[in-house]
Design a protein around this ligand. Sequence first.
Ligand code: ZN
Ligand code: ZN
Length: 184
Amino acid sequence: MSCSSYQDPGNDTAVIVPVGDVDRGLLDELRKGLEEKFFMPFNIGRPADIPEEAYDPGRGQYHSSTILNILRHEREGKKVLGVIDRDLYVPELNFVFGEAELRGRVALISVTRLRQGFYGLPEDDAIFFERVLKEAVHELGHTCGLGHCKDPGCVMFFSNSLADTDRKGSSFCARCRTRVRGRS
Ligand SMILES: [Zn+2]
Ligand SMILES: [Zn+2]
């Protein structure tokens, strides 16, 4: 399994798809960050509309899997990462930070709960960006076939809360990194 074009640079490109309005500066930063983590070029694709059929008025949230399915229609990209600024859920959970197709092509993250302002705290761009990067690397890691990692410092550690997200790094631990690069 390989998720990187490290050995064959220029062959594969991933695409970041803004779903609805997403800050362009954030997407540019994210693109750079992901290229460093995955040794793969990332483009920013054409924005997709937020599918209103994904909205659950009772919960006031959007169904993550519905949006993930729509991202499959994106024609560009070996990997497709959707970024949305709406709160996401799956039926079993109160909310999700993101969702991905394990060993697949598509992943989705929500930036809504990653802002300090969501919790009534003063905004902090640096903290916000670190969280966005971690969630994006994590979900794309799933598309590369990685499951959750027991190392609390590894980006593939399961975040139950933002405290977990803030504690972990934005990088793969040595074991996960080896798997992403296809050397094992
Ligand atoms: Zn996960
Ligand atoms: Zn790991």
